[in-house]
Design a protein around this ligand. Sequence first.
Ligand code: F6R
Ligand code: MN
Length: 165
Amino acid sequence: MRLSRLEGLFHDTAGLRRLVVRDDPVVYRVEEPGSHERGAALGLAETTISPGAVAGEFFMTRGHMHELPRDEVYVGLAGAGVVLLYDGVRTAAHEIEPGIAVHIPAGCAHRTVNVGDAPLRFLAVYHRDSGANYEWVQERGMGARVVVGDGEPYRVVPDADGAAG
Ligand code: F6R
Ligand code: MN
């Protein structure tokens, strides 16, 4: 997923466009190792998010709400990140790192953010019939943004203006 496809999700659209003009970096990739077995109810997906930021807002996934009420589990493999969960009212932020599992309840939109200076890799274990609604997050945002910290590794700040900056 190149940065140009994430326009409207970062707070600073002008800052995003400056980076896109320079080299339109790959923000993240998703690979699905052997998850297409016939009849399997569970799928596996591995996401790798590059280190980086747009005007101080860390690189992140688009984020989505499952179309069906399906939960999901993420397991950290490498790097340091934050998983944002948003039910439309409240936002929760969970740290993810190697060996740490994060449970995503049904009915929570989810987005993962790389807050480190190395690639963040995690495995998602999901119900294959979950579906993904990206418009839900585009319209509402996640209720919070994860930005470069002031003396801390990162800060989670309330998002007053929703998805678009
Ligand atoms: C599947 C899941 C992950 C994400 C992946 C990319 O339900 O949550 O595999 O799909 O981390 O994020 P999105 O799909 O938001 O671009
Ligand atoms: Mn999901």
